[in-house]
Design a protein around this ligand. Structure first.
Ligand SMILES: *Cc1c(COP(=O)(O)O)cnc(C)c1O
Length: 345
């Protein structure tokens, strides 16, 4: 059985959080002489520590109340906070399914937390039978499920994910950085049902705001309150909050771009499929394709020479490169260049 109190680090449970000037008075009218700000200028005031205006918008967009939303300085901040809240350094353990996003490992290492990684099956599914026996011991503080997964591109089925929620005594983080490109449902609605679920999304991919650093966390209020307690008081800058709001207020631009990228993905699938140097293109619910080449290192190096940068994933998945869907022109140049490279042989 999941018991939140049992898996929060005692020092965090007892933590008395910093009380900022904007915690103690949050109105917007008046003469503000409380935060040692410079009274002149445009960005002279501390931003809202709880990003209320932005959260109201996100709430509307996602159908989740603001109290179940956390906004981070990118999803990477949410990952780090989760380690700091739930994992005792040098003692606790988390679980990942590999190959997957590299930040879970890095963040674990920074926090001196052990990572057990379970390989995905050859078709990149979670091996539920192997997992079931491991879950019996209640040994993981956090289980990371990236769905759709980076770098493999596929989604993990909701029934598998739900079984994991039910069988673990720890937190499950479902990283949905690419959900905007997928036809599958988000697991956000399941935060009502599972009190150990944290869903992460981001404005860095489909929303076109990687430079802005806004990551979203969705969970029940108890978990969100822990994140609010541990985060730096002003973790999302005024500029970031404004940029995020502006993007969300322009929903049709987002929708058009996602539609365009999905169309371009179809183009890439079709054209890459004709190339002899390509052994396999994995199914993708994302804005990238994982492609198996005859020789990934060699293709990668040749593409770089032609000033086309893809991600060499040979270390994670043998002979695979990961290609992000670009503009129509970028994709055409890529295909043309791959054809040229092929003809050199
Ligand atoms: C790109 C990506 C993110 C985004 O991280 P941000 O810090 O929000 O930019 C998160 N998870 C995965 C799996 C990603 O590929």
């Amino acid at each position: 059985m999941f018991d939140l109190d049992k898996i929060v680090r005692p020092n965090i449970r007892q933590l008395k959080p910093y009380s900022s000037a904007r915690d103690e008075f949050s109105g917007s009218e008046g003469i503000f002489l409380d935060a040692n700000e410079n009274p002149f200028g445009q960005l002279n005031r501390y931003p809202d520590p709880y990003q209320r205006i932005l959260k109201d918008k996100i709430a509307e967009l996602k159908g989740v109340v603001p109290s179940k939303i956390f906004v981070g300085n990118g999803s990477d901040e949410i990952i780090d906070l989760a380690f700091r809240i739930f994992c005792e350094p040098g003692k606790d353990k988390v679980l990942t399914f590999t190959p997957t996003y590299g930040m879970y490992d890095v963040s674990a290492n920074i926090n001196n937390v052990e990572v057990e990684s379970m390989p995905l099956t050859p078709s990149f599914e979670i091996d539920l039978n192997a997992l079931r026996s491991k879950l019996e011991f209640g040994q993981y503080r956090i289980i990371f499920i990236c769905s759709p997964n980076n770098p493999t591109g596929n989604s993990i089925s909701t029934s598998v994910i739900e079984e994991i929620f039910e069988k673990t005594e720890g937190i499950v983080i479902v990283d949905e950085a690419y959900i905007d490109f997928s036809e599958n449902d988000s697991t956000i609605k399941l935060i009502q049902k599972y009190s150990n679920l944290i869903v992460m999304q981001t404005l860095s991919k489909a929303w076109g705001l990687a430079g802005v650093r806004v990551g979203l966390g969705f969970a029940n209020e108890k978990i969100i309150n822990l994140f609010n307690k541990v985060k730096p008081p002003y973790n999302v800058s005024q500029l970031n909050q404004e940029a995020a709001l502006k993007a969300i207020n322009n929903l049709s631009k987002y929708e058009e771009q996602v539609a365009t990228l999905l169309k371009e993905k179809e183009f890439l699938l079709k054209e890459l499929g004709k190339l002899e140097s390509i052994k396999k293109i994995y199914p993708s619910d994302t804005n990238f394709l994982l492609v198996e080449m005859e020789d990934a290192d060699q293709t990668y190096t040749r593409l770089v020479e032609e000033k086309i940068i893809v991600r060499n994933r040979n270390q994670q998945v043998k002979n695979c490169i990961r290609i992000t869907v670009g503009t129509k022109n970028e994709n055409e140049v890529l295909i043309k260049t791959l054809k040229t490279i092929e003809n050199e042989k």
